[in-house]
Design a protein around this ligand. Structure first.
Ligand code: G3P
Ligand code: CA
Length: 349
């Protein structure tokens, strides 16, 4: 692995190849820019339009969250329910569950496709990120996984630059409790588009350790995997996130995954943007052979006093982070001094 000073120099000098390490090992791969749900700072999350924009910005990977519909279609949606990003409450007022939410799983694909996607709103109906895309435009729809993969692969072909897929089957244990094998469905959907092996530019991520173990050991998946790490208080999955951050947990993770995806505050002090002394999670993960991609960096949500966005990105690279999920792939790429925009291949005669 490249030492930190060399890494900072490589990042600071665009176009410079990363220098070899003292041991002569392979240079560390470049900082990975993951377009979190597309380009949600500019277009509503998980839309085809947002993914196309993220691709055009030069993101290394397009991040997708995936759930199932009532008729077993995989759709690209972050929440299990439709309410926060669509007009489902207006269109289907009587289809809520006892918790007041309309679950995508209770709707057919045709019904899902009839919904209008808008900027994410909270339970009060107000935009979660004010100032982002205007509300209620009626332009956008929820895509299927199949549509999203076809879009990205088409853009890979027409631009000559391959963006990868960074996919999260959302809440696999919940789907199982509803009688559905989401992980198997996602692997089949990926395989249908040629994403089958560790050499393919796809990363399978989950908060649920058991679901990744299931994919690796029972479904026989060869895909590269990333163990997401949250906070136990979120009740995101049955996985013990405190355990995952211990050396024992990292060693266990390294048995089935190639990387970890911690929450940014688990690897950096969000006020000072220094690596907290208590954690050193990045260094310890590296010692276990795991790369570290943290979530989620938002240029319009930096804490007061954080300084310039480009300085924050530089600090994240300097502390050894290998990549970041971001709502602003363009801003991260610009901060890294990378060219970013797609370059079409030279036309053949
Ligand atoms: O998957 C990485 C990051 O996206 C995790 O957070 O809630 O946006 O899926 P979330
Ligand atoms: Ca996600």
């Amino acid at each position: 692995m490249m030492n930190r000073v060399a890494l900072v120099l490589a990042v600071a000098m665009p176009g410079c190849a990363a220098p070899p390490t003292q041991t002569g090992a392979e240079p560390m791969q470049a900082f990975t820019v993951i377009a979190h749900r597309g380009a949600p700072a500019y277009l509503p999350e998980h839309t085809l339009e947002g993914a196309a924009m993220a691709h055009s910005m030069g993101a290394d990977y397009i991040e997708l969250d995936v759930v199932l519909t009532a008729d077993d279609h995989l759709i690209v949606l972050h929440d299990l329910y439709l309410d926060a990003v669509t007009d489902a409450a207006e269109r289907f007022p009587d289809r809520e569950r006892p918790d007041g939410r309309r679950y995508a799983f209770d709707f057919t694909l045709a019904e899902v496709k009839s919904l209008r996607v808008h900027e994410r709103t909270g339970t009060d109906g107000k935009a979660v990120f004010p100032g982002r895309f205007p509300p209620a435009t009626g332009i956008f729809r929820i895509p299927t996984l199949q549509e999203m993969l076809a879009l990205v692969q088409g853009l890979n072909r027409t631009t000559g630059r391959e963006a990868g897929i960074y996919i999260e089957p959302k809440a696999p244990a919940w789907h199982r409790s509803e009688g559905k094998d989401l992980m198997a469905a996602v692997l089949a959907g990926l395989a249908g588009h040629g994403y089958r092996s560790a050499d393919d530019k796809v990363l399978l991520q989950s908060f649920d350790m058991d679901s990744l173990l299931y994919a690796r050991r029972e479904l026989g998946s060869d895909l590269r995997m990333v163990q997401l790490i949250g906070e136990n208080r979120w009740r995101e999955s049955p996985t013990d996130f405190d355990f995952l951050q211990t050396d024992e947990g990292l060693a266990k993770t390294a048995e089935y995954a190639q990387g970890i995806g911690p929450w940014l505050p688990q690897v950096v002090d969000m006020k000072t943007f220094d690596q907290p002394d208590i954690s050193h999670l990045i260094d310890r993960a590296h010692r276990h052979g795991l790369f570290v991609h943290a979530y989620t960096l938002r240029a319009d949500q930096l804490p007061p006093g954080a300084g310039e966005f480009s300085d924050v990105v530089r600090t994240l690279t300097a502390i050894g982070l290998d990549g970041v999920f971001t709502d602003h792939p363009d801003r991260v790429i610009e901060s890294l001094g990378r060219p970013g925009a797609n370059r079409a291949p030279v036309p053949r005669k």
